[in-house]
Design a protein around this ligand. Structure first.
Ligand code: UDX
Ligand code: UDX
Ligand code: ADP
Length: 471
C-alpha cells in the first residue's frame, strides 16, 4: 500500500529545490520538510532573520515567512535529513559537462550520483527517491542501480521522476497553480504505490486531473522535450524576425497573427535578442547528445539548429548595433539596460546580455551596465568567465556598473535593452535623451518600448523584427 509521507528531505537548496519544497511545506502543514545543501552560505541565507534569501523570486519571501520554523527547515546536515525522511527529492545541479566524454553537451551527473550514494550510505529505512533535477533519459535507472547495490537489509528504494516545470520569475505562481504535475514511475505494484504517495502530496493543492502519471522514461524525456519545444518556438520566431527586418514586415504583427491559430497559440512567441536561462540550451544540448548516442544524427542536427539559431540571433543583434552606429563603436559609450536572462529574476545564467557586452568589448566600446536585481559581483564573474584571457582589471576599464538606468545612459551614444524589466518601459526617456550624445540611439532587443514615442522625442530607434528605416 502507498506510504503516507510525513517527512520530506530535499537535497539541493537552489532555484528548483528551494521554491518547490518551500511551497510543498506551505501547502502541507502536516509534513515536515527539510531542505539541505552542502553550501553553508546558501543555507545561512535561507535561514537569515531578515529574509535575505539567496534567490530573488516574487512571492517567495512570503511563502518562507509563513512556513519556516513551522514545518520548513533549511540545514547543512544532509545525513540527518536523509535518515528521517520517507521521501527524498534530489534537486542538485546538473550543469553541462566541461571536459571528458560529451563535453559541451552531456549533463554532468556527478552531483546526482554523489547525492544518490549519500542516500544509500546513510539510509537505514525504506525511502522513495524522487529525481527533480533535469536529467538525461534513463538516469533513474542508474540511480536505482547505485541504491540497490549499496542498500542495507530491509531498505527498499523506489525511484520516481518528477520534473519541475516552473519558470524563474514566476516560480511561486507556477507552483501554486501548475499546468500539470508529471510523475514517472516503474509500472510495478511497488512503483505505482510510490507514485501514489507523491500524488497524495500534490493532491493537497493541485486538482487531480492535472497530475499526470506515466512511465519513468516518458517522464524524463518529457522534461527535455518540453524545454526543447519551447526554445524551438523562440528560435522560430527569431528566425522570422530576421526576415521581418529585411522586408518591412513587423514581427509583433506576425506573431500576433499566427498566435490566433488555436493550434499554435499566442504564448511564448516574443521575438528577442536570444533566449537564455539555465535550462533551454543545456536541455537541448542534452537531447542532441542523447540523439547522437542513439545513432540518430538527423535528429541531433534538427535540435542543434535551435541553439545555432539562438547564437546567430545574438550575433546578428550586436552586429546591427555596430552597423547602425556608422560601422564603429570604438571608444563609444553604450548603455546596456538589463543583465538578467529575463525580467523578474536576478539569475544571469546564459543571459544574452553577457554575449552582447562581450561583443561590444571586442569592438573596443565603453559599456555601462544597469540591472535592478543582479549583484555587481555576479556581473563581474560572468564577464570574467566570458573572457577568461582578459584580466579583470582590463574588463573594469571598459565596463562600468551603474546604479540606475538614467546614470547608465548618461553621455552614452546608444542604449541597448537586453532584459524586459518593466521599469525600462517607465523610465523618463526625455531625461535620458537630454543626457545622451546626439544622435541618440536606442536598440530594443525585447520589443519593450514604444518606438514611435521614442522617435518623437528624437531617438533613432532600432527594434528586433522591424526594419531600421521604420524607426
Ligand atoms: C524554462 C521553462 O519555461 C520552464 O518550464 C522550465 O522548467 C525551465 O526553463 P526559464 O528558463 O526560467 O524556464 O524561463 P522562460 O520564461 O522559459 O524564458 C527562457 C528564455 O526565453 C528567457 O531568456 C526569455 O527571455 C526567453 N523568451 C521567452 C523569449 O525570448 N521569448 C518568449 O516569448 C519567451
Ligand atoms: C494545412 C493547414 O492546417 C491549413 O491551415 C492551411 O490553410 C493549409 O495547410 P491541410 O494541409 O489541409 O491544412 O491539413 P492539416 O490538417 O494541416 O495536415 C497537414 C499534414 O500534416 C497532413 O498530412 C496531416 O496528416 C499531418 N499532421 C497534422 C500530422 O502528421 N500530425 C499532426 O499532429 C497534424
Ligand atoms: P538548480 O537551478 O537546478 O536548482 P542550483 O545550482 O541553483 O541548481 O542548485 C543546486 C544546489 O544543489 C546547489 O546549491 C548545490 O550546493 C547543491 N548540491 C549539489 N550537490 C549536493 C549534495 N551532494 N548534497 C547537498 N547539496 C548539494
Amino acid at each position: 500500500a502507498p506510504v503516507k509521507v510525513s517527512k520530506i528531505c530535499c537535497i539541493g537548496a537552489g532555484y528548483v529545490g528551494g521554491p518547490t519544497c518551500a511551497v510543498i511545506a506551505l501547502k502541507c502543514p502536516h509534513i515536515k520538510v527539510t531542505i539541505v545543501d552542502l553550501n553553508q552560505a546558501r543555507v545561512d541565507a535561507w535561514n537569515s532573520p531578515d529574509f535575505a534569501l539567496p534567490i530573488y523570486e516574487p512571492g517567495l519571501e512570503d511563502v518562507v515567512r509563513q512556513a519556516r520554523g513551522r514545518n520548513l527547515f533549511f540545514s547543512t546536515n544532509v545525513d540527518d535529513a536523509i535518515e528521517e525522511a520517507d521521501l527524498i527529492f534530489v534537486s542538485v545541479n546538473t550543469p553541462t559537462k566541461k571536459s571528458g566524454v560529451g563535453a559541451g553537451f552531456a549533463a554532468d551527473l556527478n552531483y546526482v550520483e554523489l547525492a544518490t550514494r549519500r542516500i544509500a550510505a546513510v539510509a537505514t529505512s525504506s525511502k522513495i527517491v524522487v529525481e527533480k533535477s533535469t536529467v538525461p533519459c534513463r538516469t533513474a535507472e542508474s540511480m536505482r542501480t547505485i541504491l540497490e547495490a549499496n542498500s542495507k537489509p530491509n531498505c527498499r528504494f523506489d525511484i520516481l521522476s518528477n520534473p519541475e516545470f516552473l519558470a524563474e520569475g514566476t516560480a511561486i505562481t507556477d507552483l501554486f497553480g501548475p499546468d500539470r504535475v508529471l510523475i514517472g514511475s516503474l509500472q510495478t505494484p511497488e512503483g505505482l504505490d510510490a507514485c501514489q504517495s507523491l500524488k497524495d502530496i500534490y493532491g493537497n493543492w493541485v486538482p487531480e486531473e492535472r497530475i499526470l502519471t506515466v512511465g519513468l522514461w516518458s517522464s524524463e524525456l518529457s522534461k527535455l522535450a518540453a524545454n526543447a519545444m519551447l526554445a524551438q518556438r523562440i528560435s522560430s520566431v527569431n528566425a522570422l524576425s530576421a526576415i521581418c527586418e529585411a522586408t518591412g514586415a513587423n514581427i509583433d504583427e506576425v506573431a500576433h497573427a499566427i498566435g490566433y491559430d488555436s493550434r499554435i497559440g499566442p504564448k511564448f512567441l516574443k521575438a528577442s535578442v536570444g533566449f537564455g536561462g539555465s535550462c533551454f540550451q543545456k536541455d537541448i544540448l542534452n537531447l542532441v547528445y542523447l540523439s547522437e548516442s542513439l545513432h540518430l544524427p538527423e535528429v541531433a542536427a534538427y535540435w542543434r539548429q535551435v541553439v545555432d539559431m539562438n547564437e546567430y540571433q545574438k550575433r546578428r543583434f550586436s552586429k546591427r548595433v555596430v552597423d547602425t552606429l556608422f560601422n564603429t563603436i570604438t571608444g563609444k559609450r553604450i548603455a546596456v539596460l538589463g543583465f538578467a536572462f529575463k525580467a523578474d529574476t536576478g539569475d544571469t545564467r546564459e543571459s544574452a546580455a553577457i554575449t552582447l557586452i562581450k561583443d561590444f568589448q571586442s569592438e573596443k566600446a565603453l559599456v555601462n551596465v544597469y540591472d535592478p536585481q543582479v549583484e555587481h559581483e555576479q556581473i563581474w564573474a560572468d564577464l570574467q568567465e566570458a573572457s577568461p584571457l582578459v584580466p579583470l582589471d582590463s574588463i573594469k576599464k571598459q565596463v562600468t556598473l551603474c546604479k540606475s538606468a538614467l546614470e547608465a545612459c548618461k553621455n552614452a551614444e546608444a542604449v541597448v535593452i537586453a532584459t524586459e524589466w518593466k521599469e525600462f518601459k517607465e523610465i523618463d526617456w526625455e531625461a535620458v535623451y537630454a543626457g545622451m550624445n546626439k544622435p541618440a540611439f536606442v536598440f530594443d532587443g525585447r520589443l519593450l518600448v514604444d518606438a514611435e514615442k521614442l522617435t518623437k522625442i528624437g531617438f533613432k530607434v532600432t527594434t528586433i523584427g522591424r526594419p531600421s528605416s521604420v524607426a
